[in-house]
Design a protein around this ligand. Sequence first.
Ligand code: 2HA
Ligand code: ZN
Length: 301
Amino acid sequence: MGFFDSAQEVFDKGVSAAKGAVSGVAVEQQAFVKGFVRLCDDGWRQGWHERNGGNATYRLSPEDVQGCRSFFYDTPSSWVPLAQAAPNLAGECFLATAAGSLMRNVADDPATNVGIVELDATGSAWRIVWGFKGGGVPTSELPSHLMAHTVRKDATIGKDRVLYHAHPSNVVALSNVLPADARIVTRALWKAMTECIIAVPKGVGALPWMVPGGVEVARATAEAMVGRSACIWAQHGMFASGATFDEAFGTMHAVEKASEVWRKTRMVAAALGTQPIEIPDAGLRAIAQTYSLAIDESMLD
Ligand code: 2HA
Ligand code: ZN
């Protein structure tokens, strides 16, 4: 670490301590940051985040912002323009994992591995207002996250706040053998285990392989998530949206588990020379009726 890094760190710490003295709960201690850190750690423990794989963002509520604005940097970063503006997110703040950061390190040092960005008054640029210590920047998938936040905020009338991207093995494996077709993938998952249609009643989107981090995959993801809380990226992973960390994590977990059951079923059935037994369409309709699920009917025969 060079002189300027240490000097900056001492300065940051001094500012943070001084601010803490007047305004109470540090950013790391806020409930939404704790929930975010737990999401990252849970995903790491599940084995969904090899190396720097995966990322997450959370759209702060006005109360969240109020609780930590006094800890924001006195001098935020300069504004960085977005390739596609997000007018319905104008002025909002997002907690995000840092580009290149490892999910396994988030819990040890949140202020380095995550940070808060604020969008400008037109939703066309962002700047860092907290965290990303040591020169970090938000995740390379920020375009996908923000575009998905845009559509999920509208679709859920402001309820959805969490977007979670992970690389669960069974989801990736499923996408390596099934075509990138939302109906085919959704039917495979729904029919593999009862809980899946309850977790994702609108099914899952399915995109073909694309270069990650770009605007093209961001647009396609946002389009696929207008009416759904999950979208699989072939040969890559999945995006899950939720009102809470539990919801986003639970969606990822349920889809990954259904993918695992689908895969294991096929392997064993092939070894035995039998056909897999699946939940029939009438059974899926009955689950939807029993649990009052607003399912996507077009997924059924
Ligand atoms: O953050 O998962 O898609 C690394 C990635 C890119
Ligand atoms: Zn990824």
